[in-house]
Design a protein. Structure first.
Length: 524
């Protein structure tokens, strides 16, 4: 007798038509960003071929190499998804049209004088209202504040072309009026979507009032901005590799050889498969958090990516540096016109690109898993709410998926820092010692802030040791802001930029140490 497995399949794979549209829309935005990024990369490649056939030939060869080939396969899957999901996206053109609204939206400040109301009252007993010359699209409004300087005024909204008050709101003296999208009890709750409104004010006092009004507007579908963000990451990925092979050809050759020897190793394949399967399984794991499962999912998946990236980086550093030195393969390579500096830097670049390939593969699955998690949680009875609207929406799914992007970048930077440490250690020590020391430095790097805080009131020798450790060890706590990312808080671009600068500087320091350790190493 064949068992009936349809309930089991339905539990894991069934998504109703509406939620399928939501999920498709959220994922399609990422796919559209990949398409745009690849179009720009193709333009850059064509310009290189036209301007410098030599450099263009290097880029063409790199596209078939061990780094960009697997990345391009993943990107190709995203491109295919962009076309397959398009019929399931009900408002694709409206989303794309929102891109045109981005330059004309943002924060605007007004300082307006409202004269004393004069004239006859209308049939409702209202005094004449003075126009504030503020015209807004209701679908674009995100936030608004009005400060009256202590006076009482009535704020009025009217549809453009109409002289009837749609809604009015009394602002009492000393109170600042605030409105944010998603709130249900304030000014715009009665204004239908898709309208253009103009703001007025009624001044029933005996003196002229000065209003300070600040509005924040955004496109109707602000989520369309992610197309530019994803495209920028794709351009940065390909552009960085193109720049490396054009400026540092010898170092690039060593890096490609490193990736080629490690990417087909069983450990790399296991880490990639385990990472993808863990991301998929995390959708269905019950975390017993009373509706907060998605926060735990983000946290655990980011930690899993970091651990897998560390394992691949340390393994590759040990095999490509330590074992090549012990096996005298490095001596053969250095007998060619390759310096020790190019050897060490090429190995580090190869390991960094190997980790990049791993992260591209796993993060592609991770983003889709995060987008699908609220759908599964809703089926399990969790209360889903986003911007005042209850239930699953594509905006919610896309927002949850976008919030993990900074976390992926920060975890990648942390892995690169530890990869530099591992390369420096590999110039002198074998694999087992490399694993132990690198993981020890990783643990101490997270404890450094606590050690510094605990040593403030301690003895001077304790303070010296704590300061010494804080100076030489990486401050890895800055990379792991899991709490903010899991809660969906916005991570400023300035924070990511400063962390990237720290990653570059610390990696440069580890490479300087690696060169010192490797300079007098007897390879014979």
């Amino acid at each position: 007798m064949i068992p009936n497995i349809s309930p089991l399949l339905g539990f894991f794979f069934y998504i109703n038509e509406m939620n399928l549209q939501h999920l498709s829309t959220a994922v399609w935005l990422f796919a559209a960003g990949v398409v745009l990024g690849l179009l720009v990369v193709a333009l850059i490649w064509a310009l290189l071929v036209a301007i410098s056939p030599k450099l263009g030939g290097r880029c063409t060869t790199a596209l078939q190499g061990p780094v960009l080939l697997p990345i391009s396969v993943v990107m190709g899957i995203w491109v295919l998804m962009s076309f397959l999901l398009l019929p399931m996206v009900p408002n694709a053109m409206a989303i794309l049209n929102s891109l045109k609204e981005i330059p004309t939206t943002g924060k605007t400040e007004y300082e307006i004088s409202v004269p004393v109301a004069t004239g006859e009252v209308d049939e409702m007993g209202n005094l004449p209202a003075s126009p504030l010359d503020i015209v807004l699209e209701t679908d674009q409004m995100r936030k608004m504040t009005v400060n009256t300087g202590g006076a009482k005024v009535e704020l009025v909204a009217r549809v453009v072309g109409s002289d009837k008050d749609v809604v009015a709101f009394d602002i009492f003296g000393g109170n600042e009026f605030q409105w944010s999208r998603g709130e249900t009890g304030t000014l715009l709750r009665k204004i239908p979507a898709g309208e253009t409104i103009e703001l007025y004010a009624r001044n029933a006092t005996n003196n002229e009032i000065t209003l300070d009004v600040i509005t924040w507007t955004e496109p109707q579908h602000i989520e369309a901005e992610s197309i530019f963000y994803v495209a920028s990451l794709v351009i940065l990925l390909y552009g960085t590799y193109f720049a490396m092979i054009c400026i540092f050809p010898k170092m690039s050759a060593i890096a490609e050889a490193t990736v080629r020897s490690e990417i087909y190793q069983l450990l790399f394949l296991i880490c990639a498969v385990v990472g993808c399967l863990f991301m998929i399984a995390s959708i269905y794991i019950p975390y017993q958090t009373f509706g907060e499962d998605i926060k735990v999912l983000k946290h655990t998946c980011l930690q899993a990516m970091m651990v897998l990236g560390m394992v691949v980086a340390i393994w590759a550093a040990s095999r490509s540096v330590s074992e090549e030195i012990e096996g005298r393969t490095a001596l053969t390579l250095l007998s060619k016109p390759v310096s020790r500096r190019q050897f060490v830097l090429g190995k580090f670049a190869g390991i960094a690109w190997l980790v990049s390939v791993l992260f591209v593969i796993i993060s592609s699955v991770f983003v889709v898993a995060v987008a699908q998690k609220p759908i599964f949680d809703k089926r399990e009875g969790a209360v889903i709410e986003f911007e005042g609207e209850k239930g699953v929406t594509w905006q919610l799914l896309h927002h949850e998926a976008m919030t993990v992007a900074p976390g992926i970048l920060l975890v990648f930077m942390e892995t690169i820092v530890l990869a530099g440490v591992s390369v420096a250690i590999s110039t002198r020590l074998p694999m087992v010692a490399n694993f132990m020391l690198t993981f020890g430095i990783w643990a101490m790097g997270h404890l450094t802030p606590g050690i510094m805080q605990a040593s403030v009131q301690g003895f001077e020798p304790v303070q010296f040791v704590a300061s010494f450790l804080a100076t030489i060890l990486p401050v890895l706590k800055n990379f792991e802001i899991y709490g903010a990312i899991s809660a969906g808080r916005e991570i400023p671009l300035e924070y990511i930029g400063l962390t990237a600068v720290y990653t570059i500087l610390y990696s440069a320091m580890t490479m300087f140490l690696a060169l010192i350790l490797f300079e007098d190493r007897d390879l014979a």
